[in-house]
Design a protein around this ligand. Structure first.
Ligand code: KG4
Ligand code: ZN
Length: 333
């Protein structure tokens, strides 16, 4: 049995988890700071780092207690070391290094994006996950990754401007809906008509890269030309049509990538993988391909996914040195 204590602090969630044998979640505590950032309409890095410091120790203790284990009984300690906000990453990395040093257990630094992919190992699957095409969609990233095997990544498409989650957040702010925008637009879109406004689908038939800033600008221009009367607020048709444009581009390119790489499995990863239309449309259009999607709570940032990725690192005989440093722009491949 291998028990991993994992820590995730790359953005505005402080999370600690205990994972058994790479797939069983004994605990996964997530403390979100969303309330502190809401009034600024986005994450304020200095506030994020300070809030991580305040809660990191109690969150780690809570994760150990819930898993009915202790520092002594864990086999390794893992942490996200990038990409992310450097001040936020630093808190998790320092905590993990201190625990690894004091307990003399191995330290495993994990790439946050790799963690999102490995969230798919936390649900029971009956077929090999790799090779697969992974659509990685979050507030900071949008990419199509060919995952050949553990640790073998080829990024075949990425956004040239905004990440899709960022576009959801910006459109929600424009419509005065609040923060974070993704879940709010997802919910509101259920009451709207996705065909009401034909927003542009940039680069739909052109390679594997994306442009979401173009869709966001189309929404801005539409609202300028047709101001929303207060009687029609909060504009469900705009939310539904915007969401449909984003999902059409994501699904079309992901399926094309799966066809090109001749894979049988598509995996979703990242916060936007919680989007209900994306989940539904991808499953429907993938037809005979396997589509694997983490449960809602494992799509957004959490430490369980970092523990799952760390397990395969340990199995491959890899670990990090105690001088591990956060890398804000750490890449996947
Ligand atoms: O992966 P994540 O938790 O943090 C990053 O690493 O960025 O992703 C957060 C992003 C935010 O932009 C949020 O608006 C978006 O995921 N998101 C969603 C939904 N839930 C979260 N976007 C669309 N629909 C959702 N249901
Ligand atoms: Zn993330």
């Amino acid at each position: 049995m291998t028990l991993i204590l994992a820590i995730e602090t790359s953005c505005d969630e402080t999370s600690a988890a205990v994972i058994k044998d790479g797939h069983e979640i004994l605990s996964n505590i997530v403390s979100t700071q969303v309330e502190f950032h809401k009034k600024y309409g986005g994450i304020v890095p200095e506030i994020a780092a300070r809030k991580h410091i305040e809660v990191i120790n109690p969150i780690i203790q809570e994760a150990l207690d819930k898993a009915k284990t202790s520092f002594k009984k864990i086999d390794a300690v893992a942490c996200t070391y990038g990409p992310g906000l450097v001040g936020s990453l630093l808190i998790g990395v320092c905590a993990a290094k201190a625990i690894a040093y004091a307990t003399e257990k191995p330290l495993i630094g994990v790439n946050h994006l790799e963690g999102h992919i490995y969230a798919n190992f936390l649900s029971p699957i009956t077929y090999p996950l790799f090779p697969c095409i992974c659509l990685m969609v979050s507030g900071g990233h949008t990419m199509i990754v060919y995952v050949k095997d553990h640790g073998e990544y080829e990024v075949i498409g990425r956004t040239r401007d905004d990440a899709v989650g960022e576009a959801f957040d910006k459109v929600a702010r424009l419509l005065g809906l609040g923060y974070p925008g993704g879940p709010i637009i997802d919910k509101l879109a259920k009451e709207g008509n996705p065909k009401a406004i034909e927003f542009t689908r940039p680069m739909l038939n052109d390679g594997f890269d994306f442009s979401f800033s173009g869709i966001k600008t189309a929404v801005v221009n539409h609202v300028k030309r047709n101001p929303i009367p207060s009687s029609q607020f909060p504009a469900p048709d705009i939310a539904a049509s915007f969401q449909q444009a984003c999902v059409d581009v994501l699904v079309t390119k992901t399926l094309r990538a799966a066809e090109m790489k001749k894979v049988k499995t598509i995996a979703l990863a990242g916060g936007v993988a919680a989007n209900s239309l994306l989940r539904e449309q991808l499953k429907k259009e993938a037809k005979e391909l396997n589509v694997i999607i983490p449960s809602m709570s494992l799509c957004t940032d959490n430490a369980a996914m970092i523990g799952a990725a760390a397990y395969y690192r340990i199995k491959a005989g890899k670990s990090s040195e105690l001088d591990l440093k956060p890398v804000a722009n750490l890449s996947l491949s």
